[in-house]
Design a protein around this ligand. Structure first.
Ligand SMILES: Cc1ncc(COP(=O)(O)O)c(C=O)c1O
Length: 462
C-alpha cells in the first residue's frame, strides 16, 4: 500500500475543468443594481477582461498556460496521501485519502488561483492588485504570487484575524505586500464602518468593499481587484487539485471515491477537489459530496437561497447563492476563512440540484478532530481544514459501523502553523461554541427580501 502517491510533473493536468458547462440546470445570471443581468463589460473596472472571459465561459475545458504551470511546478503536483495512521486509530475499514495542499509555499490551496490571477492581470497590463483576506492564507498567497510576477499588492485583512494572526501579516510583508487591518481609515467604506462601530471585529464583506474601492478609484486604471474564492474563475483554477487526485487514485488501482469532503468558506478548495467528481456523479456515479461549514456561519445549512451582494457596501453584482445577508458580522471563531456570508454560486446551484449535501459543525468538535489528526497523521491543520477532518472522522466511523470499505477523499486545504492561537484557546479550555441565534439570522437576512428573488430550479434527478 502506498502512503504517498506522487504524480510526475509530466502528468500534471494541462486544462482546468469548468463545472458550469455540465450543470444540469445552469446558473442564474449575476444581476446589476437595476435587477437586470449584467454584461461582461460591467465587471471591467474590477477585473481584467481575460479573467472575465473565464468567469462567463461555458467551455468545459480551459487550457492552463505553460507559464502558469512553470510557476506551479514549485509545489505541484501535490501528493495524495493515505491517512493510514488515522485509519488504524479509528479501526475503520474505510480508505482515507487526502490531497495535501499545505505543500505550497504559503501553506494552502490558495496559490493555485493567486498565481493564475496575477498572471492574467499582468498579461492585461495591470500593475497592482488589491484584495481582502480573512485568516490571512489568501492574502499571503496573493502576496507570494504578485512577488513572483512583479506586481504590487495591497491586502485588507479582517481586523479580528489581523489581531489573532500577526505572523500572516509578516509573511505578506516578506513577499512585499502592504497589509492593513479592515475596516481601515484608507477608504470611504472603511471610514463609514469605523464611525458607526469603532470596535468592530470586521468581516470579509467590509474588507471586500475596501479592496474594490481602492481598485476602481485608481485614476491610472492600472489597479484591479482579486478575489480568493466564490467566483467561477477562482473555482476553475482550483480544479487542478481534483484532476490530479483522480489520476493519483487511478494510479494505485483505487475505485472512484464513495465520499468527497472539503471545508467551505467561499467554496474554492472544496470545489477544486470535488468538481471533477461532481462530473462523474452527473454521469451516473454514486458519490456523496459534502461541503462542511461552521455552525457559527451556517450559510449553506441555514441561509436562504437568494440574490445577494458579495460585500457590505453593495458594490458587487447580485449573485444567486445561499446567503446569511451581506451585512452579516460573524462571531469571532478561529476558522477565519470560513466566516463569509455567501457561497460560490456554482456550489449553491449544485446543492439546489441535490448533487451535494452540506453540513455544519461546532468549532470545539473540529479542534478535537484536529488534535486526533495531529496525534495520528502528525500535521497541525488549519482551523478551516479541521472542519473537513471532523466530517472524515464521522464518515469513517460510520463506515466501520456499517462494515463497509468506503473510499473517502478530502482536501487538506492548509496547515495551521500560523493559527496556533486557536489551539492555545482549545488546549486551555477557553474555546466556546457559537450557534447563530435564529433572531440574528432573521435580522441579517431581512434585507434580502428587498432584492430580486432567486428561483430554485432543479431537474429532480438527485
Ligand atoms: C486553509 C484554508 N482552507 C479553507 C479556506 C476556505 O476558503 P475556500 O472555501 O475558498 O476554500 C481558507 C480560507 O482562508 C483557508 O485558509
Amino acid at each position: 500500500m502506498e502512503r504517498k502517491i506522487q504524480l510526475k510533473e509530466s502528468d500534471i493536468p494541462r486544462q482546468w475543468y469548468n463545472l458550469g458547462a455540465d450543470l444540469p440546470t445552469p446558473l442564474l445570471p449575476p444581476l446589476g443594481p437595476d435587477g437586470k443581468p449584467i454584461g461582461p463589460e460591467m465587471l471591467a473596472p474590477v477585473f481584467p477582461m481575460n479573467l472575465i472571459e473565464q468567469e462567463v465561459s461555458t467551455e468545459r475545458w480551459i487550457d492552463i498556460p505553460e507559464e502558469i504551470l512553470d510557476i506551479l511546478y514549485r509545489w505541484r503536483p501535490t501528493p495524495l496521501k493515505r491517512a493510514v495512521y488515522l485509519e488504524r486509530h479509528l479501526k475503520t475499514p474505510a480508505h482515507i485519502y487526502y490531497k495535501d495542499e499545505s505543500y505550497s509555499p504559503p501553506g494552502s490551496h490558495k496559490p493555485n488561483t493567486a498565481v493564475a490571477q496575477a498572471w492574467y492581470n499582468k498579461q492585461f497590463g495591470i500593475k497592482k492588485l488589491t484584495t481582502e483576506t480573512g485568516a490571512g492564507q489568501w492574502g499571503s498567497a496573493l502576496a507570494f504570487a504578485c512577488k513572483l510576477l512583479g506586481l504590487e499588492c495591497k491586502v485588507y485583512m479582517v481586523r479580528i484575524s489581523f489581531d489573532q494572526k500577526p505572523f500572516r501579516k509578516i509573511m505578506m510583508q516578506v513577499w512585499g505586500a502592504n497589509c492593513v487591518a479592515s475596516p481601515s481609515s484608507e477608504t470611504n467604506a472603511g471610514r463609514k464602518v469605523l464611525a458607526e462601530i469603532p470596535d468592530t471585529p470586521g468581516s470579509l464583506g467590509i474588507a471586500i468593499s475596501e479592496a474594490i474601492e481602492e481598485a476602481v478609484t485608481d485614476k491610472a486604471g492600472e489597479t484591479r481587484y482579486s478575489l480568493g474564492s466564490v467566483l467561477n474563475h477562482v473555482l476553475l483554477h482550483q480544479t487542478i487539485v481534483g484532476l490530479e487526485a483522480k489520476k493519483q487514485l487511478a494510479s494505485v488501482g483505487e475505485k472512484l471515491p464513495d465520499i468527497v469532503i472539503g471545508c467551505a468558506g467561499g467554496g474554492s478548495n472544496f470545489a477544486g477537489l470535488s468538481f471533477p467528481f461532481v462530473a462523474e456523479k452527473i454521469d451516473g456515479a454514486e458519490i456523496t459530496i459534502i461541503p462542511v461549514e461552521p455552525e457559527a456561519c451556517p450559510t449553506m445549512t441555514r441561509g436562504p437561497f437568494a440574490y445577494d451582494f458579495g460585500d457590505l457596501a453593495c458594490t458587487t453584482p447580485l449573485l444567486a447563492m445561499f446567503s446569511l445577508g451581506h451585512a452579516f458580522i460573524p462571531p469571532p471563531i478561529h476558522a477565519g476563512g470560513l466566516r463569509y456570508h455567501g457561497m460560490a454560486p456554482l456550489i449553491c446551484q449544485a446543492i439546489v440540484e441535490g448533487l451535494m449535501k452540506p453540513r455544519a459543525y461546532h468549532q470545539i468538535k473540529c479542534y478535537k478532530a484536529a488534535l486526533t489528526w495531529a496525534e495520528t497523521e502528525g500535521g497541525i491543520t488549519a482551523p478551516e481544514t479541521s472542519h473537513a477532518i471532523a466530517a472524515v472522522i464521522d464518515e469513517a466511523v460510520k463506515a466501520k459501523e456499517e462494515g463497509k470499505e468506503k473510499v473517502i477523499l478530502f482536501n487538506y486545504s492548509g496547515h495551521g502553523l500560523m493559527d496556533l492561537t486557536g489551539y492555545d484557546a482549545y488546549l486551555s479550555g477557553k474555546l466556546t461554541d457559537y450557534e447563530l441565534p435564529t433572531e440574528d439570522l432573521e435580522k441579517y437576512t431581512a434585507a434580502l427580501k428587498d432584492l430580486p428573488a432567486a428561483e430554485m430550479r432543479k431537474t429532480g434527478k438527485w
